[in-house]
Design a protein around this ligand. Structure first.
Ligand SMILES: C[S@@+](CC[C@H](N)C(=O)[O-])C[C@H]1O[C@@H](n2cnc3c(N)ncnc32)[C@H](O)[C@@H]1O
Length: 216
């Protein structure tokens, strides 16, 4: 597993190149967005906002005109890219630098929606647990957590492709951006969360798990 400083260095270098991952991410976003029920959300948070691609899409097409967006990313380059990309929504957008946990702890409660796409799969399991617990604290009761990660997959084709990724990860986590396939839904304790939607999506040879969980 890459350390937080190695992850930061990787994404600082990668910058806008992250958008090439749209080849498999977009299919998962297409699965995620309708299940977020975001049409009336007033406040959305995101961990690991990357270049701001998902945030722009939601602000432009899905969210009410007065909804606020807050995002955090560990990479200075990504914070700059998201800030630039979301300039048209000035006054409604806050993007901060950090590893997620500390910044989440500083947030007030009352968010309608939180997002974490292709970022929990970079974190050790104990950090995922802390992030999920902090997101639960900041969401309103009934608020929604939309998460996507690389998946182990279902069926022979998906399992084969995620097996190839896992081997590549074991040989060199750097080569696959530090991401490993996860069993994402297992990180949501059913006594705190209602699993509203769960789907595995295969696109461009990459299996992703989409989870939409509602805070009880
Ligand atoms: C694979 S990219 C995904 C970006 C975007 N969410 C997407 O779906 O395209 C992972 C992003 O998470 C950021 N990241 C990694 N670890 C993080 C952490 N602990 N806290 C905040 N951001 C983190 C990286 O800098 C990078 O921008």
């Amino acid at each position: 597993m890459l350390s937080q400083s190695q992850i930061k260095a990787h994404y600082d270098r990668l910058g806008a190149g992250q958008d090439r991952e749209a080849r498999y991410e977009d299919a998962a976003f297409l699965e995620l967005i309708p299940h977020l029920n975001i049409g009336r959300a007033q406040s959305v948070g995101e961990i690991g906002c990357g270049t701001g691609r998902l945030a722009e899409r939601l602000l432009r097409n899905e969210l009410p005109e007065n909804a606020l967006y807050w995002g955090v990313d560990i990479s200075d380059t990504m914070v700059t890219l998201t800030t630039d990309r979301l300039r048209a929504f000035d006054g409604r957008v806050t993007v901060v630098l950090g590893d997620g946990l500390e910044q989440l702890r500083g947030l007030p409660t009352g968010f309608d929606t939180f997002l974490a796409t292709y970022v929990l799969d970079l974190m050790p399991n104990d950090m995922i647990a802390q992030i999920v617990s902090e997101v639960s604290r900041v969401l309103k009761p009934g608020g929604v957590y939309g998460a996507v990660s690389l998946a182990r997959g279902q069926g022979a084709a998906q399992r084969f492709m995620s097996g190839v990724w896992s081997i590549a990860y074991r040989l060199s986590p750097r080569r696959v951006g530090g991401c490993r396939p996860l069993n994402l839904s297992s990180h949501f304790d059913r006594s705190d969360w209602l699993l509203r939607h769960r789907q595995t999506v295969l696109a461009a040879g990459v299996a992703s798990e989409v989870v939409v969980a509602q805070k009880k």
